[in-house]
Design a binder for this molecule. Structure first.
Ligand code: SF4
Length: 371
């Protein structure tokens, strides 16, 4: 077939420093990576590694684990060694766990030096240990845990307050010549969050980790994250993303990947082009689209499948796709690469589409289309 032009990127990326989270480059033009966080007790090594394996299988590239107790800190070395993807230890307050995480071989540590400043020389020691081990640090400013001084100054967690906090935290490391940093400034309100990242992006060249914090249950959190990340990524801002949902972490990865694919920041894989259905529909479009989606889940090749309810836009869209069906009169016309290859009764549409998709995928894999 005719080779397709590379997809047009949504925007030129902001120039940021590059850090290395294990084998995953973040910033400096590296592809935007997708990350999540485990929900297991980190001290339960088996359960945590199991969840990391599921996340890895779903496309997660970096995983964060919480480290609130000594038992969790003790588990880090095994988890970091056995995980297939880089592990970031998430630490609040206790410097000793930061050292433990660095020693354990974690690919990065999330810690806010402002929280541990009261412990005299600890920031300096952390900077030195992190530098010795090439361990980058994420400074994660969060509206919910904003410094009291800044809350008093600004009255609430405004974009300016979040940015001032982030740059102050970064300066605590800069004092010790430590610049191996990425930053997040999360807020649950996408409008505040977008503005905070815009201001931060203009005022530093650190790579940025995007997140809408406490975004909510799956539906609301998906929409909030998609809107916020879409706005920022379309301005070239953002180097790694974490969708926060009150839902299993694998769902966060699915949403994150879909956001990047929608913006052409990642190659599109399976894409179902299905119509919303209307008074003209001659088949049950919802059921058809759901069944085709389920049947083709995990498809590793970029395949566009059109599922259309009638003959108005049906044949046009079906022809534009790699594969498609245009329905009418209880039958489905099956298109492959723009040609009608067969007409089947409605009851056979799903299995025929899946069959044809498998054939095309096999061919694409042979031709080396899959990456
Ligand atoms: Fe309606 Fe047909 Fe368009 Fe589907 S393809 S929305 S059924 S007109």
């Amino acid at each position: 077939g005719v080779p397709e032009l590379p997809a047009r990127p949504i925007a030129e990326r902001r120039r940021s420093r590059r850090i290395q989270v294990g084998p995953v480059a973040v910033g400096g033009g590296a592809p935007v990576s997708v990350q999540s966080m485990t929900t297991t007790r980190t001290s339960d090594v088996g359960a945590t590694l199991q969840q990391i394996a599921e996340l890895t299988a779903s496309g997660c590239q970096i995983v964060r684990v919480a480290c609130p107790t000594q038992d969790d800190a003790d588990a880090l070395a095994t988890i970091a060694r056995k995980s297939q993807i880089p592990v970031i230890a998430d630490i609040h307050f206790q410097p000793k766990y930061v050292f433990a995480a660095i020693e354990a071989g974690c690919a990065a540590v999330r810690v806010n030096p402002g929280n541990i400043k009261q412990f005299d020389d600890k920031v300096k020691e952390i900077a030195r240990a992190a530098k010795d081990h090439d361990t980058p640090i994420r400074i994660g400013v969060n509206a919910g845990s904003l410094d009291r001084r800044l809350l008093q100054k600004y009255g609430r967690a405004t974009p300016e307050a979040l940015v001032e906090s982030a740059l102050w935290e970064a300066s605590l490391f800069e004092e010790h010549d430590f610049l191996d940093i990425k930053i997040s400034v999360k807020h649950n309100d996408p409008v505040v969050m977008i503005e905070a990242y815009r201001q931060l992006a203009a005022r530093c060249d650190y790579p940025l980790h995007l997140g809408v914090t406490e975004a909510g249950p799956a539906f609301q959190g998906t929409v909030k994250s998609a809107v916020a990340f879409g706005a920022l990524l379309s301005e070239g801002i953002g180097d790694t993303i974490r969708v926060s949902l009150s839902a299993p972490p694998v769902e966060e990865i699915k949403v994150g990947i879909q956001i990047l694919q929608s913006l052409n920041l990642r190659e599109r894989r399976l894409e179902i082009v299905s119509c919303p259905s209307c008074g003209r529909a001659q088949v049950d479009v919802y059921r058809l689209a759901d069944e085709v989606t389920a049947g083709l889940e995990g498809m590793e090749v970029p395949l566009r499948v059109a599922v259309m309810g009638c003959v108005v836009n049906g044949p046009g869209e079906a022809r534009e796709a790699d594969l498609g069906v245009a329905s009418g009169n209880g039958k489905g016309q099956i298109f492959v690469k723009g040609e009608v290859v067969k007409t089947v009764p409605e009851s056979k549409i799903v299995e025929t589409l899946i069959d044809e998709a498998m054939k095309i995928a096999e061919q694409m894999e042979k031709d080396g289309v899959a990456s």
